[in-house]
Write a protein that binds this ligand. Structure first.
Ligand code: ZN
Ligand code: ZN
Ligand code: FE
Length: 754
């Protein structure tokens, strides 16, 4: 079809699907057409971008090649279809008004960090000098402001701002960087900041900036409206301010994220590898979990050896750091305890104004709430653990149809997932559904996704857990419902992300998931495909004295595991968990275990980590989810290779290890050495079990999923062992391995079972 020798006039009709809207794609096409002397038009449609080009045949291959490979950095082209068309003698190249083909839909861009060109313009363009809402076709808010499709200004929360003549001239000038940049704005016509300090309202950015700088420098706490929600901010080196912030947020122990002025400042405080640097500087601008070199205020991480760090992504962040003279600011989500991050101005002023020294807001609405995303580099690969701003709503493309299926997700770190055609749209991080406000956020977001992507589900997939609020929600929908086992969903999620569609060995390690036998699972060795699974093995069950309480009180799991290893004798053990617990309570726990009173059985890897953290004296009481496993990992000393003993049959027993751990702790071996050898034990036992299953089933492909694999040391150790032994190992990257990724697994399993 494309013969470069020809210089006669031909026409092509090209349709491009993928992330091609709101990312400067049409101006790019325009410039490309000009470059190759082609005429025609381009139009945004709900199902992608369509263009017609006419011109000499010899130019066409170059145009198509550039279209594929020179597209704007944020664009992600998934499919290009090219058809010969009839030349109509079109003159010039035009961008036509968007067409709404209700029912079909293309992709919506995630929010994009402010670009270097815009930062430059802030000190050079007369109408945008120090304008904090500057943006262009390559950067700015997207998903957070979009109400409807297609992506045009009238369908965003910028609709209420009328462009001034200068902005309008740029918006309509095809040669301008802001041509069709939907949120285009300037000092004369766009959104503006205001600041509430007590009963005083401050307007005018110079005055607001002065106040921000002096407040942060003097230890103040600010409420600050971001892209996807409000933040709370304070000087990251001011211990008093950090502690006050912790108190205000009613957050006892969870580490705070810290925004650094720039990469150089960050490198003073944390180790940054090449992959980590790329993640930090990417337009997604996630929080990256890094290894600490030098602590900031101790109250930020409370003794953990890692730090959640990110770099400025809004113009105001840059402006603040330019003047602040400090290397880092705590920037934590503006919410109380477990509530969703605040997005609307009245709530912020009502809730945050009384808690903080000032609230800085602006008059453009955030429509879709998006928290900061979190990634960690494990095995030189960037892996997401909270998927929100900068990533959502890019879909996962599958090799098969999932149309009309809703997956309701898990409960604690809920994300839901909707299928359209062969695409899976995972929602942004929703949170813990047990919180009423969070559940409302879930329902509201589901409604918005259904509308934005034009999906009306006919089938719903949900977890088997009868008490998950997501499961109960699914039951009430009155459509066909498919129940999916939690750990099977974890593995299927990782398979779907990697395009694996055959029988695999699956290792699903996490804290809690409802098992098919009614017990709580969480260290599962499965053989499965996308339809069914067989449970091949697991780490041995442990009673959880006190039920759910055992998940937040590691000392209970410590006593449970000790009882299994030593029986009644545990009272005489020389261990911190025994010495620091009332003997009467220990006896009560023993009775509960012996008589199976309120003692559900769990094979949860998280519980085994809890127990070990307690036995080794590293963490007896947890103040936030997964604190004990995080502290155990934080104590790991690299370079220690030994492991403790274990036995493998149908199940893995670590009771020999428990006895060795107790002997080590009693004889004064450092808890860090114990923690390391424990990690090594889990990796070695898991590796041996995987080998056993491979020998039995002849399956080489192994899939790792579940929240435990957020543990960098364990994940790297186990993955290396498996790769060296010729397993083909699949892990998550773009989809969380924790319960935030489970909806994708539910979705594909439901599609296969339908
Ligand atoms: Zn820009
Ligand atoms: Zn303007
Ligand atoms: Fe899970």
């Amino acid at each position: 079809m494309l013969n470069p020798e020809q210089d006669h006039i031909i026409a092509l009709l090209i349709h491009v699907e993928g992330l091609v809207q709101g990312v400067g794609f049409r101006p790019f096409i325009y410039r490309l057409a000009k470059q190759y002397h082609l005429n025609g038009w381009v139009v945004n449609r709900t199902d992608g971008v369509t263009l017609k080009i006419e011109g000499q045949a010899k130019h066409m291959p170059f145009f198509v090649e550039d279209l594929r490979y020179k597209a704007p950095v944020v664009a992600q082209i998934e499919e290009i279809s090219i058809d010969q068309d009839i030349p109509e003698g079109i003159t010039g190249f035009q961008i036509l008004a968007s067409q709404d083909l209700t029912g079909e839909t293309s992709e919506i861009s995630p929010d994009i960090a402010v670009c270097p060109d815009c930062l430059y313009d802030m000190s050079h363009q007369p109408h945008r000098i120090a304008y904090p809402f500057i943006n262009c076709t390559n950067c700015g808010p997207r998903f957070s402001i979009i109400r409807d499709f297609p992506y045009d200004r009238k369908n965003t929360t910028m609709a209420t701002f009328d462009m001034c003549p200068v902005c309008n001239a740029e918006y309509t000038d095809i040669n301008d960087r802001r041509f069709h940049a939907q949120p285009v704005a300037c000092n004369h016509c766009g959104p503006a900041y205001s600041m509430t300090v007590g009963s005083e309202i401050v307007t005018g950015l110079p005055e607001i900036m002065d106040r921000i700088i002096s407040l942060v420098r003097s230890g103040g706490i600010l409420g600050l409206k971001g892209i996807g929600g409000y933040h709370l901010a304070c000087d990251a080196l001011n211990e008093e301010a950090v502690n006050r912030l912790r108190h205000l947020k009613r957050r006892e122990g969870k580490p705070f994220a810290v925004m650094f002025k720039d990469l150089d400042s960050l490198k003073q405080y944390a180790e940054v590898s090449g992959t980590e640097e790329a993640a930090l500087l990417s337009w997604h601008r996630p929080i990256v979990i890094l290894k600490t070199i030098q602590p900031l205020a101790p109250g930020i991480t409370l003794g953990l050896d890692t730090l959640g760090a990110f770099l400025p992504y809004m113009p105001l962040h840059h402006m603040i750091f330019d003047r602040l003279g400090l290397p880092a600011v705590v920037l934590t989500s503006g919410n109380l305890a477990d509530e969703p991050i605040i997005i609307d101005n009245p709530t912020a002023l009502h809730t945050l104004a009384s808690l903080t020294d000032a609230v800085i807001t602006y008059d453009r609405d955030i429509f879709n709430r998006v928290d900061d995303s979190v990634v960690r580099v494990i095995g030189a690969k960037e892996r997401i653990s909270r998927r929100s701003r900068g990533y959502v709503p890019v879909p996962v493309k599958l090799g098969f149809d999932v149309d009309g299926i809703l997956a309701a997700g898990a409960e604690l770190s809920n994300c839901f997932c909707l299928g359209k055609g062969n695409r899976a749209y995972l929602s942004q991080h929703i949170g813990d559904l047990k919180n009423l406000e969070t559940f409302t956020f879930f329902e509201e977001t589901l409604g918005r996704f259904k509308h934005l992507f034009r999906i009306e589900p006919h089938t719903v997939a949900a977890d088997m857990h009868p008490d998950y609020l997501s499961t109960r929600f699914a039951q009430k929908l009155g459509i066909k419902r498919i129940e999916v086992q939690h750990h099977h969903a974890h593995i299927a999620s990782c398979m779907a992300e990697n395009g694996v569609d055959e029988q695999v060995i699956g290792l699903a390690f996490d804290g809690t998931g409802y098992g098919s036998d009614g017990n709580i699972w969480g260290s599962e060795f499965l053989v499965c495909d996308l339809k069914d699974f067989i449970r091949m093995g697991h780490f041995e069950y442990m009673p959880m004295p006190g039920g759910d309480k055992a998940a937040t009180e590691p000392w209970r799991m410590g006593l449970s595991l000790l009882y299994q290893a030593f029986g009644q004798d545990i009272l005489g053990l020389d261990l911190p968990v025994i010495q620091q617990t009332d003997p009467a309570i220990i006896r009560m726990i023993i009775t509960a275990i012996e008589k199976s009173i309120h003692c559900q059985l769990s094979s949860g890897m998280g519980r085994l980590f809890d127990a070990t953290a307690a036995i080794s004296g590293i963490c007896l009481h947890a103040r936030f989810h997964a604190e004990a496993p995080m502290r155990l990992e934080s104590n790991v000393i690299s370079g220690i290779h030994g492991h403790y003993d274990f036995t493998i049959s149908e199940t893995v027993s670590v009771l020999p290890a428990v006895r060795q751990i107790c002997a080590d702790i009693s004889s004064g071996v450092a808890p860090g050495i114990v923690a390391t050898k424990f990690h090594n034990t889990i990796a070695e036992a898991s590796f041996r079990m995987a080998q056993k299953i491979r020998d039995e089933k002849g399956i080489q492909k192994i899939v790792l999923s579940g929240g435990t694999f957020q543990n960098k040391y364990l994940a790297e150790l186990l993955e290396n062992k498996l790769v060296k032994d010729n397993f083909t190992v699949y892990t998550h990257a773009r989809v969380p391995c924790n319960d935030g990724g489970i909806a994708l697994g539910q979705l594909v399993i439901a599609a296969r079972r339908k």
